[in-house]
Write a protein that binds this ligand. Structure first.
Ligand code: G4P
Length: 529
């Protein structure tokens, strides 16, 4: 075990972040470049391992192949300029799900990637809403400057207006599309020149120091004078970077570049290392846990199931909040009140480097889970407590689920409750009938559930459409008022997988009316585990 000063050094070195973006904005491409800078990979997706983890690793590789998704790329740890960076993958596209939202509860900062031709898009708005729950600091990367994009001032205005966060440009683009020349770094007072066709490697930086430097004319031609004027304007009209405002989630430093051309990604990484918060303390029902606390503590933010019927194993992802993980250590599974020994947790160091299997506050570890671990569970080697802030999110898609064989109703219910505890899907049981309604954030969740019900619970189920468009968890401290609400709204009420009361509405208008009519009832978009 480490001593306290080693622990604080390890904590101070770490940055744990995730990327939020709309599909196709360039998240995958940026991830590849980021790993290239971390020298973690020779080619994208290669994650090599550690001696002692060989066995576990190969099992997982096998599983990944079968399922076509990657456990090891869910978390990528790599060194960058003396810091150790954890990049958590946020499932996107078809596999967009509640996991995507919940991953954001396990990071200390986010990188927002925007397609500069398109600006702020729908998924980004949703994900930003989730980061707001914890006022997570946001760094912005305006991508695809090698294409014709929108005006950069326009883009920043849109971010400020739509996402309600102040923008502080750190770099400023020179030209765009075929005439993209590079960026001016406002803080370093440097022009960094871009050369096409070198996106696959780390480029040697061509830097011209100082805006007044006559070399600019040679390098940029007519763009030099334009750049000077523009920078003058931008400096006058935009926000200056302010560390406190950034940490409070009120201001975002903005970088411009092209992920495909591997230009600007390193400027962003430099900003991340310099400004992004180190692993932050987390709230429990008892106290605020500091990362330097020597007692190990962690919470489960994601459970990844294996779809292969031969392996019913799953992996639970834990964010370490305090202390250190070492193989063989013991910790208490607080909900079960049981001590468990961690024998073969997965750690996620990418690259060729061999290292001891250890992990510190800020890191993620994966535990093999045979059904005893649920979303939101707390593990600790100290006194019992429970981390808060790992919620369920109100689903946006709903279907009624029905059995092919009506005799298996019990198994179906059991399966759905377990899958909802694990966070694979949400279950709602209306008060007025025996329907089983499943709710999801992404459509793939529905397919996953039917397939897992079949392989793990031996029940064949099918979906039917249902007229529900939104759900809110309802709370009211006044029991009399709650009773009245329940009486009058019985048709729209349901119990979720954990027997919490929820209002399910056919339309958003319906929900607004209920909210107006019952001002004493709280309608929540999230529910704590
Ligand atoms: P995502 O993970 O956010 O969905 O985006 P991804 O990185 O897969 O990028 C989406 C598309 O945008 C890809 O093209 C990718 O090559 C392209 N792209 C990413 N960054 C840049 C950039 O800086 N400039 C330009 N011009 N394109 C960029 P694709 O044609 O959909 O896929 P592929 O066939 O190139 O893989």
């Amino acid at each position: 075990m480490s001593n306290p000063s080693q622990l604080s050094t390890e904590v101070a070195n770490r940055r744990t972040f995730a990327i939020i973006s709309h599909p196709d904005a360039g998240k995958t491409t940026i991830t590849e470049k980021v790993l290239l800078f971390g020298q973690a990979i020779q080619r994208a997706g290669t994650v090599k391992g550690k001696k002692s983890g060989q066995h576990a690793k190969s099992d997982w590789m096998e599983m990944e192949k079968e399922r076509g998704i990657s456990v090891t790329t869910s978390v990528m740890q790599f060194p960058y300029h003396g810091s150790l960076i954890n990049l958590l993958d946020t499932p996107g596209h078809e596999d967009f799900s509640e996991d995507t939202y919940r991953t954001l509860t396990a990071v200390d900062s986010c990188l927002m990637v925007i397609d500069s031709a398109k600006g702020v898009e729908a998924r980004t708005i949703k994900l930003m809403e989730v980061t707001r729950l914890r006022d997570t600091p946001i760094i912005t990367f305006m991508n695809k400057l090698d294409r014709e994009t929108r005006d950069p001032v326009d883009l920043m205005d849109e971010v400020e207006r739509v996402l309600n966060i102040a923008c502080a440009p750190i770099t400023w683009p020179i030209g765009m599309g075929k005439s993209f020349k590079g960026v001016y770094h406002l803080l370093r007072d440097e022009v960094i020149l871009y050369h096409t066709g070198q996106g696959h490697m780390i480029q040697e930086e061509r830097i011209i120091k100082g805006l007044d430097n006559p070399e600019l004319e040679t390098a940029l031609g007519g763009y030099a004078a334009e750049l000077r004027d523009e920078v003058e304007l931008v400096k006058g009209a935009s926000h200056q970077f302010d560390q406190q405002a950034f940490l409070a989630g009120e201001l975002t430093p903005v970088f411009f570049g092209t992920a495909l051309g591997n230009f600007g990604v390193d400027h962003m990484l430099d900003g991340l290392v310099e400004w992004a918060p180190v692993p932050q303390p987390r709230q429990t029902d008892q106290c605020l846990v500091q990362p330097e606390d020597e007692n190990f503590s962690a919470f489960v933010f994601k459970i990844q199931a294996n779809m292969d019927p031969q392996h019913r194993d799953r992996v639970a992802f834990l964010r370490i909040v305090s202390g250190q993980y070492a193989p063989g250590m013991k910790a208490r599974h607080v909900r079960l009140g049981k001590d468990v020994r961690f024998s073969d947790a997965l750690t996620f160091m990418a690259g060729d480097r061999e290292r001891a299997e250890e992990a510190f506050a800020g890191d993620i570890i994966g535990l093999h889970n045979h059904g005893t671990i649920q979303l939101g569970d707390t593990f600790t080697s100290g006194a019992d407590m429970k981390f808060t802030g790992i919620p369920n999110f109100a689903p946006e898609l709903f279907r009624r689920i029905r059995l092919k064989d009506p005799l298996k109703a019990k198994q179906l219910q059991k399966g759905l409750i377990q899958l909802s505890e694990e966070g694979a899907v949400q279950l709602f049981r209306p008060l007025r009938n025996n329907d089983l309604i499943v709710g999801a954030v992404g459509v793939l969740q529905f397919d996953v559930v039917v397939s897992r019900l079949k392989t793990e619970y031996k029940v064949e189920a099918i979906y039917e459409p249902i007229n529900v468009s939104t759900a809110r968890w309802v709370i009211c401290s006044d029991e009399r008022k709650l009773d009245e609400f329940k009486r009058k709204n019985n048709d729209n009420l349901a119990l979720d997988g954990a027997n919490q009361l929820a209002y399910i509405a056919p339309t958003m208008v319906n929900l607004s009316l209920a909210q107006e009519r019952y001002p004493d009832i709280e309608f929540h978009k999230t529910r704590e585990h």
